[in-house]
Design a protein around this ligand. Structure first.
Ligand SMILES: NC(=O)C1=CN([C@@H]2O[C@H](COP(=O)(O)OP(=O)(O)OC[C@H]3O[C@@H](n4cnc5c(N)ncnc54)[C@H](OP(=O)(O)O)[C@@H]3O)[C@@H](O)[C@H]2O)C=CC1
Ligand SMILES: O=C(O)[C@@H]1CCC=N1
Length: 264
């Protein structure tokens, strides 16, 4: 049995993805803290709702999907019950595998995962790293769980805070970019709905080109940028306003905040 402890945005995205991928509801359980949420999840997915202690005693795999600030309390609750024959997967930003391992008296295998909200449409980017007691088999099992939600890659754990800043938070930067482009369309007199449709398809098309062509983004941008044309006029303004430097600073700040959440 796979138990998801903390079934908010990401926990539910994982739950719904596993069900879409054909995993029987009988093999899944959730841990929630509000009766209303328990009712919603039972009705929507037909999954069993357990207490954290029950989940720690029954599940082979425990996926912890509470906020980093709630991790300590959750681990205190289940710590003494989890054994080395189980696997603990954490998707919390900043929280290291060694932080989690220290909460268990035994040598419990832990895998750290950073996924993102496109899991809701099976287009997540999930990056995984083993803790010190996790084997190749544990990593393969984790890959199997997250593969139906999108792409999965392995990275060394020291890169996890950077991955959180890039792909974990990344969808928010893209939505922010879309908001800004739509605002520009409105400034130019375009109806909001039309502007949003145009920008959404443009982002989708550009992302598909990046993925399918395998070309470097500079090459793809070059193909759009005609000599003395419209695009270079826009790029000059982006450079003048320091947009590239803003992205570097923003993603570095997200990385630093991840470290802070992990108590580093
Ligand atoms: N949102 C994102 O894009 C991403 C988030 N993450 C990580 O995923 C984790 C979850 O984030 P997200 O889903 O956004 O957060 P949410 O706040 O949506 O979900 C967290 C859930 O945990 C529940 N919870 C907290 N404590 C307990 C407890 N003791 N027992 C049972 N349930 C509990 C909360 O319950 P209640 O509803 O009662 O508050 C809530 O439903 C975080 O650690 C975050 O860093 C990772 C990648 C991307
Ligand atoms: O903002 C956050 O802290 C979480 C982690 C990655 C995406 N959302």
């Amino acid at each position: 049995m796979i138990a998801i402890l903390g079934t908010g945005k990401m926990g539910e995205a994982l739950l719904s993805g596993l069900i879409r991928a054909g995993r029987p509801a009988a093999e899944l359980a959730v841990v929630v803290r509000r009766p209303q949420r328990a009712k919603e999840l039972r009705e929507a997915y037909g999954v069993e709702v357990l207490t954290a202690i029950e989940a720690a005693e029954k599940a082979d795999t425990l996926v912890i999907a509470v906020k980093p600030q709630d991790m300590g309390r959750m681990l205190d609750e289940i710590g003494g019950r989890v054994t080395p024959s189980q696997l603990v997967i954490s998707i919390a930003a900043g929280i290291t595998t060694s932080f989690i391992e220290r909460r268990f008296p035994a040598e419990v295998p832990v895998v750290r995962v950073m996924s993102n909200t496109p899991a809701l449409v099976d287009e997540a980017m999930s990056v995984i790293s083993p803790g010190s007691h996790a084997s190749e088999e544990h990593l393969e099992h984790t890959e199997e769980l997250f593969a139906p939600l999108g792409s999965v890659i392995r990275i060394p754990e020291y890169q996890q805070d950077a991955a959180t800043a890039l792909s974990g938070s990344g969808p928010a930067y893209v939505f922010y970019l879309v908001e800004a482009m739509v605002d520009a369309g409105i400034l130019l007199g375009m109806p909001r709905r039309t502007a949003l449709e145009m920008v959404t398809q443009t982002v989708y098309g550009a992302a598909t080109m990046l993925r399918d062509s395998g070309e470097h983004p500079v090459i793809l941008r070059d193909a759009v940028t005609s000599p003395a044309g419209t695009t270079i006029a826009a790029i000059r303004e982006l450079e003048k306003h320091g947009v590239r430097a803003a992205f570097l600073a923003a993603i570095e700040a997200a990385r630093d905040r991840g470290r802070e959440l992990g108590g580093a």
